[in-house]
Ligand binder design. Structure first.
Ligand code: HEC
Length: 166
């Protein structure tokens, strides 16, 4: 019946704001939505493997003489995640002592590689793994630090980091 066809045309055309008269039914508009996002922790584990473990190792113990451990690190377990966020965004270089051992390497910045969400999930994972006991980190916390240091072009040293966040 013609009224029925008319109604279908309205449905098909009315949802897009053009009404160009093409009443051909759109492709199935009810494509299944992807499954719910995986838990933050498991997303963080995958991102950690992809971005951090080549240096800090899967077990978070780093490599003696080259890459400091994240396991037991004061910065990783600090009540505020701000310094960790700052390091991941901008990188870190120069002498740093972690768990009583001195390192003097270069960690490159991740600000152009990882989104706020990715950094938040990685840091949440790190702070809850390897025996660490830090609180979860949100994308909003990362975004705030990113905005605060948007104009900073060089990497942190441990001195500049501590001066910025005593
Ligand atoms: C290319 C190797 C490399 C990669 C990849 C890397 N790091 Fe690092 N990271 C380092 C080095 C080297 C240092 C120490 C820099 C220094 O000596 O000043 C460091 C230091 C750190 C520290 C400070 C630890 C402390 O207690 O002072 C944190 C936190 C950290 N990295 C987190 C991360 C996270 C998170 C990732 C992944 C997003 C990551 N790193 C990826 C090499 C790396």
């Amino acid at each position: 019946m013609s009224t029925k066809i008319f109604a279908l045309a309205i449905l098909a055309g009315g949802l897009v704001a053009c009404g160009g008269g093409d009443a051909a039914p759109a492709d199935d508009a009810t494509v299944d939505a992807p499954a719910a996002a995986p838990a933050v922790a498991s997303a963080g584990a995958t991102e950690y493997t992809n971005n951090c473990s080549v240096c800090h190792q899967a077990d978070g113990n780093g490599m003696p003489g080259a890459f400091p451990p994240l396991a037991g690190s004061t910065i990783v377990n600090a009540p505020s995640p701000d310094q960790m966020i700052m390091i991941v965004l901008k990188g870190l270089q120069g002498p740093v002592t972690v768990n009583g051992v001195e390192y003097n390497g270069i960690m490159t910045p991740f600000q152009d590689i990882l989104t706020d969400e990715q950094i938040a999930s990685i840091l949440t994972y790190e702070r809850a793994s390897f025996g660490n006991t830090g609180s979860a980190v949100t994308a909003e916390q990362v975004a705030a630090i990113r905005a605060q240091y948007a104009d900073k072009t060089d990497s942190w040293t441990i001195e500049s980091l501590e001066a910025a966040m005593p």
